[in-house]
Design a protein around this ligand. Structure first.
Ligand code: MN3
Length: 199
């Protein structure tokens, strides 16, 4: 069964003014779609064709003969997580369980926000900023280049922000800090993030 582009869980203009209809038309309908169709064409007829997306990402990471497949597969996985992590009217109401976990790990919301913003803004070139839970349950923040994601390190992703320019350039031009702050403050569905916490 070939992989499919998931529908956005909201209308293309639902995240305005923080993320425009035009950005989502390009980012979801064109960029994400291209990752899916290219991945399908690369794995068709191979032993990867019947594997889960997670297994494809983990098996192709660090395999230099499968870099193209890794890039497309990881980016498909990353965007699958990215779209439902946002909602219209997001950025508010952090569930208590998640708030406590952020406080325990980072010392408070302000410190979490500052670290997440600085890490995501500081990721050189294309990549992602992540909030993850490691195998010991500890919350961590780090950036990754290109399509690399927490699956590659055995970590569980709670939240990822896409800092490829295609994610923000139409709306924010070169102001990546403003984009990441708007993402946290006005777009993230924190109930979705909390639902991913593993106890
Ligand atoms: Mn993207």
């Amino acid at each position: 069964m070939a992989f499919q582009l998931p529908d956005l869980p909201y209308a293309h203009d639902a995240l305005e003014p923080y993320m425009s209809r035009e950005t989502l038309e390009y980012h979801h309908d064109k960029h994400h779609n291209a990752y899916v169709t290219t991945l399908n064409s690369l794995i068709e007829g191979t032993d990867l064709a019947n594997k889960s997306l997670e297994d494809i990402v983990k098996e192709t990471y660090n395999d230099s003969s499968k870099t193209k497949i890794f890039n497309q597969g990881s980016q498909h996985w990353n965007h699958d997580l990215f779209w439902p992590s946002m909602k219209p009217g997001g950025g508010t109401k952090i569930p208590g369980e998640l708030e406590k976990a952020l406080n325990d790990a980072f010392g408070g919301w302000d410190q979490f926000r500052e670290t997440f913003v600085n890490t995501s803004v500081g990721q050189f070139g294309s990549g992602w900023g992540w909030l993850v839970q490691d195998s010991g349950g500890k919350l961590k923040i780090y950036g990754t280049p290109n399509g690399v994601n927490p699956l590659c390190f055995g970590d569980h992703a709670l939240l990822g922000v896409d800092v490829w320019e295609h994610s923000y350039y139409l709306d924010y031009r070169n102001r990546r800090p403003d984009y990441v702050k708007a993402f946290l403050d006005s777009l993230v569905d924190w109930e979705f993030v909390a639902s991913r916490l593993k106890s």
